[in-house]
Ligand binder design. Structure first.
Ligand code: BG6
Ligand code: MG
Length: 210
C-alpha cells in the first residue's frame, strides 16, 4: 500500500451532521418526512441525487428549476454552518493519525463527492495538506461509482491496487471496491461491515497501514 484516499464528510470531520441538519430544515419546510435513517442513505451521494432521495416521500411534482432551488436552499444553509468551522474542528486523533501516516511515507489524498470540499479543508487548516484532492468539482459520477477515487489515484500517479480508501458511507466503500482498492471503514459503513477493515476508531488506521 502506497497511498491512502480519505473521504471527507464523516471521516476527516463531522460535516455529516451539518448535512443532516440542513436537509432536515429543507424537508421540514416542504412538509416532507426526514430522519437520520434516510440521512444515512445520503452519505457519499451527490447533492442532486441526495435531493431525489429526500423527495421520495414528497407527494407532488416539482420542475427541474424548483429542484435546483431546493438544492440551493439546502446548500446555503449548509454553507452557513461551514463558516463557523475552524482548525479546532479537526480532532487531535485525526491530525495525529494523518501526520503519523505521512511520516511513514504514505501519500495522502481526499476523495469526496462534495463540491464544498476545498472550502471545508481550508476552514480546517488543511488547505494545502493533502497530496491530491479529488472532489465533487472534478467528477461526473457519484459514489458508488469509483470515479472520484480513481481520479485521486491518477493525481497521485499510484495504481488503484496500491491505494487504501477510508470511508464512512456504504456507497463510498462500494466505490472503493469498484475501483479495485482496499477499504477501511468508520461509522455507519463500519457498522454495516462494508469494508475490508471495519474500524472502531480513526486511529486504528495505524494498525492497518504500518
Ligand atoms: C458527500 C456527503 O461527501 O458530499 C453527501 O457524504 C453530500 O452527504 C455530498 O450530499 C455532496 O456534498 P455538497 O457539499 O457538494 O452538497
Ligand atoms: Mg462521508
Amino acid at each position: 500500500m502506497k497511498a491512502i484516499i480519505f473521504d471527507l464528510d464523516g471521516v476527516i470531520c463531522h460535516t455529516d451532521e451539518y448535512h443532516y441538519l440542513a436537509w432536515k430544515n429543507m424537508a421540514d419546510g416542504l412538509g416532507v418526512y426526514f430522519d437520520r435513517e434516510i440521512n444515512n442513505r445520503l452519505r457519499g451521494v451527490s447533492r442532486m441525487a441526495s435531493l431525489e432521495i429526500v423527495l421520495e416521500k414528497y407527494n407532488g411534482q416539482l420542475s427541474a428549476a424548483e429542484k435546483e432551488a431546493l438544492a440551493t436552499q439546502k446548500n446555503e444553509l449548509y454553507k452557513e454552518s461551514l463558516k463557523n468551522m475552524s482548525p479546532s474542528d479537526l480532532s487531535e486523533e485525526v491530525k495525529t493519525t494523518l501526520d503519523t501516516l505521512r511520516s511513514r511515507g504514505y501519500k495522502l489524498a481526499i476523495g469526496s463527492s462534495s463540491k464544498n470540499a476545498p472550502f471545508i479543508l481550508q476552514q480546517l487548516g488543511l488547505g494545502s495538506y493533502f497530496d491530491a484532492i479529488s472532489d465533487g468539482n472534478n467528477i461526473t459520477h457519484s459514489k458508488p461509482d469509483p470515479e472520484v477515487f480513481v481520479k485521486a489515484a491518477q493525481m497521485l500517479c499510484i495504481p488503484c491496487e496500491e491505494c487504501l480508501v477510508v470511508e464512512d458511507a456504504v456507497s463510498g466503500a462500494q466505490a472503493g471496491h469498484a475501483g479495485g482498492m482496499q477499504v477501511a471503514c468508520v461509522g455507519d459503513a463500519s457498522q454495516a461491515g462494508a469494508g475490508d477493515f471495519n474500524m472502531k476508531s480513526f486511529a486504528e488506521l495505524l494498525e492497518i497501514a504500518k
